[in-house]
Design a protein around this ligand. Structure first.
Ligand code: IFG
Length: 538
């Protein structure tokens, strides 16, 4: 029987814990008024990207953080809830310089940002939230810790852009007043990073994960193997990384993730409510593996490592049982360290595999994926082999027509939309872009915003047939975090909005004004974004 603690003693407990943190137990006036800040009207709940379902500004309800503010969860809050509270504290402490203690206590009227699990409107579902900013404090409610995390991303945007700095900034830390009720349109809001053409080390991947999570992306698809590189340790086939991981496009040193490093990336992503989807491209895009093991080649001869950027010249040996023993080991080892539901089976540009062999190949491989408890996601060409309805074909073409994809959707496969002429972040912005490719056309910021998943493929026009959106960043022409930021930002924000926000909010004029306000935020965070002339940056 739990002893009911009186309100007074609870308050006493809270006061003691605040004093223990070296905070005055009695509210004193906040420190000297800081330098004038940007007027709060410059950022309201209606400016958030992705656009919320409902956002009602109330300028009379601004809440200003002070050295006394606490971050509060309920007594006995779940570890996941506390983790979000600590994550929020970690975001706010460096730039405000405030203690912002995280405490688990009833709401005793102390100025607080409260994170409350449960009691959110049922429409918030499993990833949505309710955010209420009042003069007395901020209350964030959600039905899951993920919802609280997504709500924190919106809360961040209600504070001055200086909040994204890593060092103490002197400004008035006012949270713009109002109320938000929000939840996503699509379940899969994905970014793909090609770590095969050029290798990106764990720190670079984790930096990208931080940036993605700010805009409510919840999936990171890692393209771990291609012609130019094999990037994940497979203990039963060590030459895949020893040889296949030893180079990259242009002949650089390449690299790879040990299984321990991959596990750390998975954990880092999970703490930001992002699920990792590992992809081993096949039956084409396989030169790195085949250069590592002669027995993976029908000729029994290993080709040389490849550091160019051609595609379509390689194929696993479909007729050889060794190929499927190999892929069983690969899929088993990676699935064992991948908590997420999906395994990427590639399937694109298999120009050196006949259609019959392609079907034979997947008749062996898809059951292996299922055996290890995963569902398959693959480039849309896998729709030609009639995969299980749990498989997700990812549409990446630019034509907008594909009978196999329409047939798959009719059978119940959900389609992941990544049209290259809209959602490929590796395409140049314009003819002068120093990085990127242009085979799918030039994709300026407005082009990257002007599309909708339900009108991308003729005949796939119901949200229920669509898994979501993926913004794909291929790395033939990039190798640093700055390069990633130049190509991904700001176009990724448009994809995040297309994936999260109601179709009814989709409007370039409104979005471009909200995007302009993200400029100072990205700058404060050190994101080296492309200042498109199409946006009236602040
Ligand atoms: N197509 C290839 C990628 C990459 C890309 C660059 C897919 C599914 C062109 N396959 O996109 O490997 O080379 O834009």
């Amino acid at each position: 029987m739990t002893k009911r603690l009186s309100r007074t003693s609870l308050l006493g407990t809270a006061v003691v814990s605040l004093m223990a943190l070296g905070l005055p137990a009695v509210a004193t006036s906040a420190s000297a008024a800081p330098a004038a800040a940007h007027p709060v009207s410059e950022r309201t709940v209606a400016d958030v990207i992705p656009a919320p379902v409902q956002a009602k500004a109330n300028p009379k309800a601004d809440f200003t953080l002070s050295p006394l503010t606490v971050i509060r969860t309920d007594f006995g809050a779940s570890p996941d809830t506390k983790q979000v509270a600590n994550y929020l504290a970690g975001l706010l402490r460096p730039s405000t310089g405030y203690p912002l203690p995280v405490i688990a206590a009833p709401n005793f009227g102390w100025p607080a940002i409260s994170l409350v699990l449960g009691h959110a409107d049922p429409s918030a579902g499993t990833e949505g939230y309710q955010l209420d900013v009042a003069k007395s404090g901020v209350t964030l409610r959600a039905n899951t810790a993920t919802g609280l995390f997504e709500g924190v991303q919106s809360l961040r945007q209600l504070l001055p852009s200086q909040v994204e700095a890593k060092t103490v900034q002197h400004t008035k830390w006012t949270v713009s007043g109002g109320a938000i009720l929000d939840y996503p349109r699509f379940g899969t809001r994905s970014a793909m990073l090609d770590v095969a053409r050029h290798f990106f080390n764990p720190t670079q991947v984790e930096t990208y994960i931080d940036q993605l999570s700010q805009y409510k992306i919840n999936t990171l698809h890692l393209h771990l193997a291609d012609d130019q590189g094999w990037r994940i340790e497979i203990k039963s086939w060590p030459n895949l990384t020893k040889i296949g991981g030893s180079t990259e496009v242009g002949g650089g040193a390449g690299g790879f993730y040990t299984q321990a490093q991959y596990t750390d990336i998975v954990k880092y992503a999970a703490a930001r409510h992002i699920t990792i989807v590992p992809e081993i491209d096949m039956p084409g895009h396989t030169n790195a593996a085949q250069a590592s093991y002669p027995e993976l080649n029908c000729t029994g001869i290993a080709p040389p490592l490849y550091t160019g950027t051609d595609v379509g010249f390689s194929s696993y040996c479909v007729s050889s049982p060794t190929t499927y023993k190999f892929l069983d080991d690969v899929i088993r080892e990676i699935s064992a360290i991948t908590p997420g539901k999906y395994f990427g089976v590639g399937g694109d540009e298999a120009h050196s595999t006949s259609a019959a062999d392609y079907a034979t190949f997947y008749s062996h491989v898809l059951p292996i994926v299922a055996k290890y408890g995963k569902a398959a996601v693959g480039w849309h060409e896998i729709a030609t082999v009639t995969p299980p309805v749990s498989a997700v074909p990812e549409y990446w073409d630019t034509s907008g027509t594909n009978a196999d994809v329409v047939a798959a959707a009719a059978r119940g496969n959900k389609i992941l939309m990544a049209p290259a002429n809209k959602a490929y972040l590796d395409q140049k912005y314009n003819v002068d872009s120093p990085l990127g490719l242009d085979w799918a056309g030039l994709v300026e910021v407005k082009d990257a915003y002007d599309w909708d998943p339900a009108t991308t493929v003729k005949g796939v026009d119901k949200d229920s047939e669509i898994a979501g959106v993926e913004a794909a960043l291929w790395s033939e022409t990039i190798s640093t975090s700055d390069n990633i930021e130049y190509l991904a930002f700001p176009r990724l924000l448009g994809d995040a909005e297309i994936a999260w926000s109601p179709k009814s909010t989709h409007n370039w004029d409104n979005y471009s004004q909200r995007l302009a306000k993200q400029g100072p935020r990205m700058t404060a965070e050190g994101i080296d974004f492309y200042r498109s002339p199409q946006v009236n940056w602040q």
